[in-house]
Design a protein around this ligand. Structure first.
Ligand SMILES: CC(C)(COP(=O)(O)OP(=O)(O)OC[C@H]1O[C@@H](n2cnc3c(N)ncnc32)[C@H](O)[C@@H]1OP(=O)(O)O)[C@@H](O)C(=O)NCCC(=O)NCCS
Length: 245
């Protein structure tokens, strides 16, 4: 019980640290459904661990009804978890969340639907997950990571990274900008289409060159006039430092 009250105090202090909108102790105590969901989870998890599985599930559904936050009683939450705004948050049964994590509304720590056993993500310490982000599968998001709003993360993320987009890709690592030069790295279905198109254009160009050579007996001039060609800057020149990491 003493442990519970200690964690309540810590949770409230974490809200004051993280949310500039928090004004008074009573406001935080009564107007932050994220805290209520976390506190209810302590009780639900206790029931789950002591074999009262139905009661634990039922109680977590009542909590969801009241807060809009669904945390499976089997999920393991770290200390000072701050769920800002709540509503639409789902934390799966085998999810593990480290200490000092912030979740905004609409975050899902879910399964891909293809795995069994440990099928939900593991989130490190001091991680912030933006609104609407989906982290799916038995992957790990390392310590001190930030996940952009609306991202869909399907691969593990190393410590100290910022990941954004659908599918999620790293844009900042150890404080340095990460430049993606190979579209395959993003693993977007559109990247495959672009790569295919580029290959086809290359093949057509080669065929045209062969054909013109055969019929005219000369190489066609497919080169671009250097004078009219716009100046081109290579990404290496723009982000020289990033290429060193
Ligand atoms: C991901 C995030 C933490 C990055 O913040 P940051 O470190 O300041 O990084 P930047 O804003 O410089 O963004 C870096 C790059 O990622 C892009 N980016 C940032 N957030 C993005 C997002 N959510 N989705 C897609 N791209 C994003 C930026 O456009 C930028 O790309 P560019 O340099 O090619 O233009 C922040 O943008 C974010 O999404 N925070 C979530 C906040 C939230 O959910 N608030 C809800 C409050 S209720």
């Amino acid at each position: 019980m003493i442990g519970f009250f200690k964690s309540v105090r810590e949770d409230i202090a974490a809200v004051f640290e993280t949310d500039p909108a928090a004004r008074s102790y009573f406001e935080v105590l009564f107007c932050y459904p994220g805290l209520h969901a976390v506190w209810a989870h302590h009780w639900n998890q206790w029931l789950w661990r002591h074999g009262m599985r139905f009661l634990a599930r039922f109680s977590s559904q009542v909590t969801r009804l009241l807060t809009g936050i669904e945390i499976h009683p089997g999920a393991q939450l770290g200390r000072r978890l701050f769920i800002d705004h709540g509503m639409g948050i789902v934390v799966g049964e085998t999810a593990i969340i480290g200490d000092d994590v912030t979740l905004y509304q609409g975050v899902t720590l879910g399964g891909t639907g293809k795995e069994k056993g440990k099928r939900h993500p593991t989130i490190g310490n001091n991680v912030s997950i933006g609104s609407g982000a989906k982290i799916l599968g038995n992957i790990t998001v390392g310590d001190n990571c930030r996940v952009g709003a609306g991202s869909v993360v399907l691969r593990s993320v190393p410590d100290n990274s910022t990941i954004v987009g659908v599918p999620g890709h790293i844009v900042l690592r150890e404080g340095k900008r990460v430049v993606i030069t190979d579209p395959k790295e993003i693993r977007d279905p559109l990247s495959d289409v672009i790569i295919k198109l580029a290959t086809e254009v290359h093949e057509i160009r080669e065929k045209l060159q062969e054909h013109t050579h055969e019929s005219m007996g000369a190489e066609p001039d497919l080169s671009i006039d250097e004078e009219t060609k716009p100046a081109r800057t290579l990404p290496e020149e723009l982000f020289f430092e990033d290429y060193q990491i």
